[in-house]
Design a protein around this ligand. Structure first.
Ligand SMILES: CC(C)(COP(=O)(O)OP(=O)(O)OC[C@H]1O[C@@H](n2cnc3c(N)ncnc32)[C@H](O)[C@@H]1OP(=O)(O)O)[C@@H](O)C(=O)NCCC(=O)NCCS
Length: 325
């Protein structure tokens, strides 16, 4: 047996904030945002809607798609998020309670935007070690609650969404074939948000919102999307030609295009939905994957490449052979 993805559900709030809407209260333009990022609009959570709420809705969508039985045997819930409801209790425990998984282990994982891939690797390890039969891996974010709306270079990028996947045993020849995970804390200050009394090494205190050095993150992203992808493909024993679909972190069209070109992939093998959702961090890859599945772009035996980068600085890439459930 191998370990793979048994089911997927997603949720995005219904409220849409377009680039034109942003123009009404920020010194920006639709033309600037679309040409520099590829983003046209993003979804905004309600004031009383938090990460656990979005996560529960993604699980409801999972149940609609796959039936109640999909959660049978789930012994652990991991919520990958950068915007948890609270420091404690952890969001996963709250979600497990609300979806009726009484007694399942629950913990949150904070690893920037690649958090859902990090959590998936955890889940694969738990399943293969015989510790859990199945693990529910959720990426959920309410980033629009932590952006500084006065900072036009970051506020335009992010959106809210959630994705929930069940990871468990699949037939041999399917499932996760490789994981590449990495972090470089020396770049931690380029994408930062304070927790308690955190401050930069020079003593500058950071406010409770996202701080980002966009140019530095951009350079890092272009480099690491390429190297992590190549390493994950090699570790899987494959050639880039054998990748059916590239599902990259939906941060910036120019970053995705650079990775696509270096891997020699045509656009029809790349999943892109950042134009409608922006950067939803840990939810971005499951959200994009769900769209590709719904559009009939993923078939049994297809090799999918996921790659992400984010605050830490962190990166992650994995190759998954679809199907085998
Ligand atoms: C943020 C990002 C889109 C900025 O694009 P860029 O081409 O690097 O733009 P710059 O930061 O060099 O800014 C260029 C100019 O546009 C301005 N600008 C920034 N944001 C703007 C906005 N929303 N609207 C209009 N002008 C804007 C800047 O002030 C700057 O003006 P100046 O030249 O007069 O100083 C880009 O750096 C990026 O995507 N970085 C990666 C960020 C990322 O993915 N983060 C998430 C990680 S998970």
């Amino acid at each position: 047996m191998a370990t793979g993805l048994l089911g997927l559900g997603v949720y995005a709030p219904s409220k849409v904030l377009t680039n034109k809407d942003l123009e009404s209260f920020m010194d920006t333009s639709d033309e600037w945002i679309t040409s520099r990022t590829g983003i046209s609009e993003r979804r905004i959570s309600e004031p009383n809607e938090y990460v656990s709420d979005l996560a529960v809705k993604a699980v409801e969508n999972l149940l609609q798609r796959h039936g109640e039985g999909i959660l049978d045997g789930v012994e652990q819930v991991i919520v990958a998020t950068n915007t948890p409801d609270a420091f404690f209790p952890n969001t996963a425990a709250l979600v497990a309670d609300q979806i009726g998984l009484k007694g399942a282990a629950g913990y949150d994982l904070l690893a920037g935007c690649p958090g859902w891939l990090y959590a998936s690797s955890q889940a694969v390890g738990q399943v293969e070690a015989g510790i859990a039969e199945k693990v529910l891996v959720i990426g959920s974010e309410v980033l629009t609650k932590i952006v500084d709306w006065r900072d036009r270079s970051t506020a335009v990028l992010f959106g809210d969404a959630a994705g929930a996947a069940v990871i468990g045993k699949v037939r041999e020849g399917h499932g996760f074939r490789s994981f590449v995970l990495g972090a470089d804390g020396s770049g931690g200050n380029t994408l930062h948000m304070s927790a308690l009394a955190s401050s930069l090494p020079d003593g500058t205190r950071m406010g409770p919102s996202i701080y980002m050095n966009g140019r530095e993150v951009f350079k890092f992203a272009v480099r690491v999307m390429d190297t992590a992808s190549v390493e994950a493909i090699e570790k899987a024993g494959l050639h880039p030609d054998e990748i059916s679909l590239f599902v990259p972190h939906q941060a910036n069209e120019r970053i995705i295009n650079a990775a696509r070109e270096r891997l020699g992939l045509s656009w029809d093998r790349v999943v892109m939905n950042l134009d409608r959702y922006g950067n939803t961090s840990t939810a971005s890859i499951p959200l994009a994957l769900a769209e590709a599945l719904d559009a009939g772009k993923v078939g049994q035996g297809d090799n999918l490449l996921f790659v992400s980068f984010g605050a830490g600085l962190t990166w992650a890439a994995t190759v998954l052979t679809w199907g085998g459930a």
